[in-house]
Design a protein around this ligand. Structure first.
Ligand SMILES: [Zn+2]
Length: 339
């Protein structure tokens, strides 16, 4: 089968012919139909964050068709449309048993990110427990984007605990930020979208944002973003995780407000204990999503309650071009597709 293989950090992926995996006990072989690419892939290429053993096949937003299952697998059969939950969990630890899959302490790996080969290939072989049925109404490409951007957005919005009528500043209008904005706007929440790229204003408003602030001066000129006019937002969801974005978000919170940090970088941000304590502010983290967040995201797409964020589609052989386009800055999601 064809696969795009990462041999060395910082280098292009090479398209190679490798042997097709065979499903072992409890496993299923899936023909990949779509695989999203995002900032996590760029971090892998740069050697920041997760560092898989090389050579490695990336690709963590995967949808496809089951083509073979081992004899003991009863829940899935060839022909099933599925998406892949990318945290390969133990199913037994306290987090797995309390439906917080993504915090599993005995994780075998993360599909396409760490130790488990991903979807930049024609086929992928995984424990069947990682598969979730993809409803007929949802396209391969949209199903793939639910596997990271979608479930992460649902989980972050839940962690933010927003009420109707409140105002939320969403920092970073990429894949996750777009779906966060759609979910909040549909729930009667006012969204102020912030992004370094001023050209994303139209896109952000299409997702449901009622205001847009370019933060270009912050990242490019080394100054704090001009968010003084936005002091007193109820919640901040920061999907960027730079020092400046987190500081700007924190300083924009009203008394008793909460900031949810989704994105991260190597940067830290200085937190004033006085500001935190005296204003009873909260800063919490959120990691990707649970199996149930992925299921609910697919249901929302099937019910027509979320709009596609996919703007560009490439074939597997064009993976390096797609990654270069992502690095240059894109609006919406890029997805690799296979017939
Ligand atoms: Zn576990």
């Amino acid at each position: 089968m064809k696969a795009a293989v990462l041999h060395k950090i910082g280098e292009r992926l090479t398209i190679e012919e490798i042997s097709r995996p065979q499903p072992g006990v409890g496993e299923a072989l899936v023909k990949v139909r779509a695989c999203g690419i995002d900032g996590t892939d760029l971090k892998l290429l740069d050697g920041f964050g997760y560092v898989p053993e090389l050579p490695f096949i990336m690709g963590h937003e995967v949808s496809g068709e089951v083509v073979e299952v081992s004899a003991d697998v009863c829940d899935f059969a060839p022909g099933d449309r599925v998406v892949i939950y990318n945290f390969v969990t133990c199913g037994a630890c306290v987090y797995c048993r309390t439906f917080r899959d993504q915090l599993c302490i005995n994780m075998r790996g993360i599909v396409g990110v760490l130790d488990v080969p991903g979807g930049f290939a024609e086929y992928i072989c995984l424990p069947a427990s990682q598969l979730i049925l993809l409803p007929e109404e949802v396209s391969w490409a949209d199903g793939a984007t639910c596997c990271d951007a979608g479930m992460t957005a649902l989980h972050a919005v839940e962690r933010a605990d927003v009420e109707m009528g409140e105002t939320v500043m969403v920092i970073g209008i990429g894949g996750v930020g777009s779906i966060v904005t759609q979910l909040l706007a549909a729930s009667g929440v006012e969204v102020i979208a912030v992004d370094i790229d001023a050209a994303k204003e139209e896109w952000a408003r299409e997702q449901g944002a009622s205001a847009f602030m370019p933060a270009g001066s912050a990242a490019r000129g080394g100054q704090r973003p001009d968010v003084s006019a936005l002091i007193d937002v109820d919640r901040v969801i920061d999907i960027v995780g730079l020092e400046k974005s987190m500081a700007a978000g924190f300083n924009s919170l009203r008394r008793g407000g909460r900031m949810v940090v989704v994105g991260y970088t190597p940067e830290l941000f200085p937190l004033s204990g006085k500001e935190l304590a005296q204003n009873e502010k909260e800063v919490i983290g959120t990691r990707a999503g649970r199996r149930n967040d992925l299921r609910r995201c697919l249901e929302l797409y099937a019910a027509g309650k979320l709009r596609s964020i996919v703007r560009r589609q490439y074939v597997l052989e064009q993976v390096n071009e797609a990654l270069a386009e992502l690095r240059a800055g894109v609006t919406g999601r890029i997805v690799l597709t296979c017939d």
